[in-house]
Design a protein around this ligand. Structure first.
Ligand SMILES: [Zn+2]
Length: 178
């Protein structure tokens, strides 16, 4: 039997409220260097390229003008934002947040973390929660629909975010509450 899942209202409202803050977070695409493959070390592109260059110089592999160099396989830089990770990943060198998919396990962890600890309007926190809410209510995450405990948790977060926004930006008439 085909079942149609709809996004729950609290998760949707919460995501809409935090999106403008999440958009202020600094995010880079996720890359890894072949030699770190098994250890799950992630880089932003700038740091990956710097590491590669350093290693090439160390090994005496230097580009001559108009002569392409063969980069050894263990220094190849790869990327796939589509891979799922169990945690929000950061560049191991500069610490910038890296764009990637969270596994369902990771999403559950993020929900639990924010429901327990609350949230402020910090762009990084908003990004992490927004990222975890991404795909909410879709057919890919049907097991989470209509979970009353999560729904209550999202409601608590939504009310908290509303209060924070009101305190910071005032009501819809543009008046701020000092
Ligand atoms: Zn970096």
């Amino acid at each position: 039997m085909t079942q149609v899942y709809t996004r729950t209202s609290e998760a949707t409202l919460l995501a809409a409220l935090i999106q403008p803050f999440a958009e202020r977070a600094e995010i880079e695409y996720l890359y890894w260097i072949e030699c770190f493959d098994e250890t799950g070390v992630c880089h932003c592109l700038k740091c990956a390229e710097e590491y590669q260059e350093e290693q090439l110089i160390k090994r005496g592999i230097v580009a001559a003008p108009y002569t392409p160099i063969a980069v050894p396989e263990d220094l190849w830089i790869n990327s796939s934002a589509g891979f799922e990770y169990d945690n929000p990943e950061h560049c191991v060198v500069c610490g910038v947040r890296l764009y990637h998919c969270l596994s369902d396990y990771a999403k559950q962890g993020e929900y639990a973390h924010f429901i327990e600890n609350g949230i402020d309007l910090d762009p990084d926190d908003c990004y992490d929660l927004m990222d975890a809410l991404c795909g909410w209510g879709s057919a890919f995450m049907p097991q989470e629909n209509n979970d009353p405990k999560l729904e209550l948790g999202f409601q608590k977060l939504r009310m908290q975010v509303e209060e924070l926004i009101f305190a910071k930006y005032g009501d819809s008439d543009g008046r701020t509450t000092e």
